[in-house]
Structures are given as structure tokens and as C-alpha cells.
Design a protein around this ligand. Structure first.
Ligand code: SDX
Length: 427
């Protein structure tokens, strides 16, 4: 028996089915609402709108729960690897040992990029933000891989997905190398996905790069924590771009562009810059006051979330990982102490308690990435690297849905009603 939602508009009452998921809020199916009533629903920030049906990621913001295909993010971070999580997100099940081996082999052998792609970097200034390079270079991939742009061919979709997952680390490392004036380092097939990325980023031709296992493990875990996150802004951008039939490389480039915003993936760079600007614990009250001042646009970066009104489970794992990396690299950066004390003071402040503002995934990630040696401008690049698997998994899910339509929202129009044209000599 399907529940029905009755909505009365003026003297019209319409009935719409209520759809139930496995877990989480029900949804009112309003696809016929405009035809029934001649009115639109209105939800500019999509605060109460489900844009699609999905089986990939579930978030309970009140309980601080994040599941990927039913598996808790804490379990995946502790027991899984990024390659295994990629397989899970793409295919819906954890792989057997044999399946994981084959998948890893496939991804490894797609890590090299077309040699001509390296000339694209030359067009950018050396001091360009690496996210600008990522937007441009990833979008240009469609000019090189025509044999995987037929989006209605599942085989081509999977090749494009593997190519994107595999080549993002190579392109990200190239963007870093270009910014520091060092030669590009080619991928190697005998290294792990994350170890390969570390070597391509920090290795130099003059000597062998030594991968620190604790760092490789920590970064692999950070990639897991960033892999997917339901219908966030950049994933919704990828879905909307994909709904027009755009090729996967263009869709992922659109997602990268959206992720760059400081309210979204750009927050990890902004959060570390904020922590460094605060500098020492005694300056924290000044910044908390600014964050609470309605007349001050300053916000506590790495805090708050549209969905989480409890602790972001990824931040919990991230904070634990800081200590592991600091111990492994014998780092003692005072910025971690500032972050810990800032969190403590904010979580005990009535403003943050009342508005249910907690640390999110971006609050601690920059502290770790900085300790490993990444410049802050690379933080969002790493977020995009890891989120690519989520974007392509959600894109595949959308494209393979036969009922999928182009996304085309409407509006509440408050501009001028029709008026006659006035010639310039009469204005
Ligand atoms: C990510 O969607 C996802 O899943 C994203 C993500 C993912 O994995 O894809 O989780 C990754 O983007 C994490 C969020 C990273 N961004 C930041 O850390 C930037 C700082 N945070 C905010 O700008 C804000 O919290 C957002 C953008 C994250 C969420 O904004 P919402 O849901 O639109 O909430 P809001 O702006 O309406 O804020 C509600 C209230 C407001 O006060 P009032 O107008 O009610 O008086 O809380 C206040 C805000 O002023 N507020 C903050 C705050 N965040 C919200 N006040 C101070 N500092 C903050 N960080």
C-alpha cells in the first residue's frame, strides 16, 4: 500500500505518492505536481529536495552516519583500501581477492596519459592555481580518448571510468610538478595507486623516492574518506552535466570546477590558511567572535555542513590520522594544537551548539596534507582526485537509468512583466 501525500493549493487538492527508501527520509514524488496544479515547488538550495534515486551512498546527518553501498565509512577507512573502495562504489559489492587483483591491474595500466597532454601544461603560468589546470586538462581528455565517449555503451562507460580514476593522480602530480618547475615523473606499474601518486608528486629523476608506508596508508585512507558523499554540489553538477549527454571527461571537469569553491571542496585549503592565520590558541576567541558576527562574512572553515548536524564521521578518522602521520614523520606543527583547541572551544560555544556546527571532512585534512608536504593549493586537487570515483559511479548510475531525463529546473520569476520596447531617443 503506497502512502499518499495530499497538497492543497487554493481550492485544488492533489495527491502524490510517497516513495520509501531502504533507510532514510521518505520522498514525495512531485513529478506531476506542475501538471496537476500549474504551480512549481520552490527550493533554491535544494534543502528539502531529493534530485534522484541512488544506491551508492547513504548519509544520516543527525546520527553522523556515512555508508557506501551499506558499509560504514569507519569500517572502510580501517579495513579497506582506496582501490577496494573504488571497486565497491563502481560495482556495488566488495570484490573477491581475484576481482580486486584484476581491477587494480586495470587501473594501474591506465595511469599513463597521452604524451601530447604534457604540452597542455605549457600554456599555463607556473603560478596558476593547480585547480585551474585540473579543470582544463581533465576537460581536454575528451580530445584524446574518443573511444570511450559513447555514453550509452556500458563497456565504453566503464573504460572512461577506469581511465578517469587511473589518470587523475598522474594529472594531479603533473600539475604539482609544473608549479614547482620540476620534470614530470612517469607512473610505475609496480607501485600501489597511492604510492605511485606520492612518487610522481615528490620523486625526482636524480634519486629514488622512498615511500613511507605510514604516509602511503594515511593518504590512501584520506582518499577513501573523500571518495563519495551522496548528492553534494559537485556530484549534482556531474549528474546535471551528464543528463545532457555530455561526455564523461567534460562532466568530471564540471565537477572539478564546482568542487573548487571554498564552500565545498575548496574549504580544506581555506581551513588550513585560517588555522595558520590564527597562529596560536590565544587568538582563537577573536576568530570565534568573527564567525558569529552576522556583519562579518568570515566563517569557520572546515566547520558546518548542509547534512551533518552531528560530527562528520570522516573528521573523526581524519583527526586520528593526524597523529599517525605526525608520529611517522616526526612532525610537530603547532597548527594541529590550534585545530584541536579551536574544535574544543567551538563545540562548547552556544552559537555552534545551537546551529549544530561540527568539524567536517575539511577541518583536519589540510593539517595532514601539509605535514606530508603538499602545498595548500594542492589540497582541493587531492579532494578531486579521490572524489572522481564517486563522480563516475554516480554518473554511471544516472546514465544507465532508462528513465533518466535531462535536468531542467524551473524558477520563480520576479522580473518585469511584458513591456513595450522604447527607442533610444525616447529613453
Ligand atoms: C564539503 O555536501 C557535501 O556533502 C559536501 C562535502 C562532500 O564530501 O562533498 O561534505 C564536502 O563541502 C564540506 C563543507 C566544506 N565547507 C566549509 O567548511 C565552509 C564553511 N562551512 C559553511 O560555509 C557551511 O556550513 C556550509 C556551506 C558547509 C553549509 O551551509 P548551509 O547548509 O547552506 O548552511 P547555512 O549557510 O544556511 O548556515 C546555517 C547557519 C547560518 O547562520 P544563520 O543564517 O542561521 O544565522 O549556520 C551558520 C550560517 O551563518 N554557519 C556558520 C558556519 N556554517 C554555517 N557560521 C560560522 N561558521 C561556519 N562554518
Amino acid at each position: 500500500m503506497t502512502d499518499i501525500a495530499k497538497i492543497t493549493l487554493g481550492d485544488t487538492t492533489v495527491e502524490n505518492p510517497v516513495l520509501k527508501g531502504t533507510v532514510g527520509p521518505d520522498v514525495v514524488d512531485i513529478r506531476k505536481f506542475y501538471a496537476q496544479t500549474g504551480a512549481f515547488t520552490y527550493d533554491p538550495g535544494f534543502t528539502s529536495t531529493a534530485s534522484c534515486e541512488s544506491q551508492i551512498t547513504y548519509i544520516d546527518g543527525d546520527e553522523g552516519v556515512l555508508l557506501h553501498r551499506g558499509y560504514a565509512i569507519g569500517d572502510l577507512a580501517e579495513h579497506s583500501s582506496f582501490m577496494e573502495t573504488c571497486y565497491l562504489l563502481l560495482n556495488g559489492e566488495l570484490p573477491t581477492g581475484d576481482e580486486l587483483g584484476k581491477f587494480t591491474h586495470t587501473i594501474t595500466r591506465h595511469t599513463m596519459v597521452h604524451e601530447q597532454l604534457s604540452t597542455f601544461f605549457r600554456g599555463f603560468r607556473r603560478d596558476a592555481h593547480p585547480m585551474a589546470l585540473m579543470c582544463g586538462i581533465v576537460g581536454a581528455l575528451s580530445a584524446f580518448y574518443h573511444d570511450s565517449t559513447e555514453i550509452h555503451d556500458p563497456h565504453q562507460r566503464m573504460i572512461a571510468s577506469h581511465r578517469l580514476i587511473a589518470k587523475m593522480p598522474t594529472i594531479a602530480a603533473m600539475a604539482y610538478k609544473y608549479s614547482v618547475g620540476q620534470p614530470f615523473v612517469y607512473p610505475r606499474n609496480d607501485l600501489s595507486y597511492t604510492g605511485n601518486f606520492l612518487r610522481m608528486t615528490f620523486g625526482v629523476p636524480a634519486e629514488e623516492y622512498e615511500i613511507v608506508p605510514a604516509v602511503e596508508r594515511a593518504l590512501d585512507r584520506i582518499f577513501i574518506l573523500h571518495a563519495d558523499h551522496e548528492q553534494n554540489a559537485s556530484t549534482s553538477t556531474v549528474r546535471l552535466a551528464g543528463s545532457s549527454g555530455a561526455n564523461p571527461f567534460a562532466c568530471i571537469a564540471a565537477g572539478i570546477a564546482c568542487l573548487w569553491g571554498p564552500a565545498h571542496g575548496g574549504a580544506n585549503e581555506a581551513a588550513l590558511n585560517m588555522l595558520r592565520e590564527i597562529g596560536r590558541p590565544e587568538r582563537i576567541p577573536e576568530y570565534l567572535a568573527r564567525a558569529k558576527d552576522k556583519d562579518d562574512p568570515f566563517r569557520l572553515m572546515g566547520f558546518g555542513h548542509r547534512v551533518y548536524k552531528n560530527y562528520d564521521p570522516r573528521a573523526t578518522v581524519m583527526q586520528k590520522t593526524v597523529r599517525e602521520v605526525f608520529d611517522a614523520l616526526k612532525v610537530n606543527d603547532p597548527v594541529f594544537e590550534v585545530a584541536l583547541q579551536l574544535e574544543e572551544m567551538a563545540l562548547n560555544d552556544p552559537y555552534f551548539i545551537e546551529k549544530k556546527l561540527f568539524p567536517n571532512v575539511d577541518f583536519y585534512s589540510g593539517v595532514i596534507l601539509s605535514a606530508i608536504g603538499f602545498p595548500t593549493t594542492m589540497f582541493t586537487v587531492l579532494f578531486a582526485l579521490a572524489r572522481t570515483v564517486g563522480w563516475v559511479a554516480q554518473w554511471n548510475e544516472m546514465i544507465s537509468d532508462p528513465a533518466q531525463k535531462i535536468g531542467r529546473p524551473r524558477q520563480l520569476y520576479t522580473g518585469p512583466a511584458h513591456r513595450p520596447f522604447v527607442p533610444v531617443d525616447q529613453r
